[in-house]
Design a protein around this ligand. Structure first.
Ligand SMILES: Cc1ncc(COP(=O)(O)O)c(C=O)c1O
Length: 397
């Protein structure tokens, strides 16, 4: 096949973004059935029966006692920080996370302190957390990046010894585990995202997972304007409720998740097998510590061996309507919001690795997934074989 960088015509007729929503035909049918039932009941929000059922299902799936559903994971984190009294001082977080983890801290008055990452898992490094902790540290908030769960036992030891709280950003980690223990199962509160890009989605949505029923009760009040008795707001809350239509979308996808996981696993396997012979590409290992949902397929690009830099590979793929993501480069600490603040931290591992990382799409629009994944790897092989010409064409554009 002729590459679009030379021929001008993309291989895929429609864009294939990382994180395009996963919508099986059965999902649409069941969603409409549940939505019609909600219309017939005349009940669209305010902790209706669909949201209540989804809370039970999500808690059971993560074996954690309680799942408090909310409108998105950013609000989940804010409510959790508020409920835990984390409203001043500093929070240790990973530079390798979505900026929401840092922003939710700031809304609550907690200053994010960015720490370096472990080169194997790409998660918050307990050693660097220890180095960057100080008298103002109140919390450590690791992110389970790409569903690889952070080293919660080591961070729990550190937090216990130094007297700060541990909670976790499990936005990517639905149905993932570490040594058989899922998010919410480690005895610390975790929050998870059900955004449309995620393995499990309610379009927008999220939850706090906890085994602490008093905390769950408080969070349910906080997400509903702080109402602790009918008509009486006893504390400062906000509106973070999940609607019945969002819950219907989530409930409709639950029976499809095993098949979805199998299909994503197959796509990952095709990527791994087909990319194995191409020099300079190394997939990030997602399942070395436990189960992964394979929603993401991140790989590292070694420019010298592959022939193109990560960014040139991304540009060449974009010409083919394959839209990879450079998660989470340049790192939160280098975003406009943070980079000009005094004392931008020195994070050598994150700086070295995140600039080489590219995530490929794992779900595809209007094409069969296995054929699409194979086609993406064929394109990448041709780009490697013709790297010099590709580089010249992109540089001239
Ligand atoms: C690691 C991480 N944390 C937090 C969030 C925020 O989630 P939400 O979009 O549900 O607010 C995301 C977003 O997608 C994320 O990837």
């Amino acid at each position: 096949m002729e590459l679009a960088v030379f021929a001008g015509r993309p291989f895929f007729p429609v864009p294939q973004p990382v994180g395009g929503p996963i919508i099986e035909p059965e999902l649409g049918r069941e969603f409409h059935r549940l939505a019609d039932a909600a219309f017939a009941r005349n009940r669209l929000t305010n902790s209706g029966p669909l949201a209540a059922r989804l809370e039970e299902e999500v808690a059971a799936r993560h074996r954690c006692g309680e799942a408090v559903l909310v409108a998105n994971a950013t609000l989940a984190q804010m409510l959790l920080l508020r409920a835990l009294g984390l409203t001043s001082g500093e929070a240790l977080i990973s530079a390798n996370t979505f900026v929401a983890t840092a922003q939710a801290c700031e809304w609550l008055g907690l200053k994010p302190v960015f720490c370096d990452i472990d080169p194997e898992t790409l998660n918050l490094s307990p050693g660097d957390c220890e180095r960057k902790s100080g008298p103002e540290t109140r919390a450590v908030i690791p992110t389970h990046v790409f569903g690889v769960m952070a080293d919660l036992p080591a961070l729990a030891e550190l937090a216990g010894r130094r007297g700060f709280r541990l909670l976790a950003d499990a936005a990517h980690a639905f149905d993932c585990d570490r040594g058989g223990i899922p998010p919410g199962g480690f005895g610390i509160p975790e929050f998870i995202s059900f955004h449309a890009t995620k393995f499990f989605s309610t379009v927008e949505g999220g939850a706090i997972l906890t085994g602490d029923s008093a905390l769950a009760r408080e969070l349910r009040e906080l997400r509903n304007f702080g109402f602790d008795r009918p008509g009486d707001a006893g504390r400062l809350g906000l509106n973070a409720k999940l609607s019945e239509l969002a819950a219907a979308f989530g409930l409709a996808s639950l029976p499809l998740l095993e098949r979805r996981a199998r299909r994503l696993g197959e796509t990952a396997e095709i990527y791994r097998r087909e990319l194995a012979g191409i020099p300079g590409l190394e997939p990030h290992r997602l399942d070395r510590l436990g189960r992964n949902n394979h929603r993401y397929f991140p790989l590292f690009v070694d420019e010298a061996a592959f022939g193109l830099s990560r960014d040139f590979l991304r540009l060449a793929l974009e010409r083919e309507n394959v839209l990879p993501r450079t998660y989470f480069h340049p790192g939160c600490h280098r975003m406009g919001l943070y980079r000009d603040r005094p004392g931008v931290p020195d994070l050598p591992v994150a700086e070295r690795l995140l600039g080489r990382l590219l995530a490929l799409p794992t779900s595809f629009a209007e094409v069969e997934a296995r054929a699409a994944a194979k086609a993406v790897t064929d394109l990448i092989r041709t780009m490697h074989d013709r790297a010099g010409e590709v580089k010249r064409a992109l540089a001239a554009a």
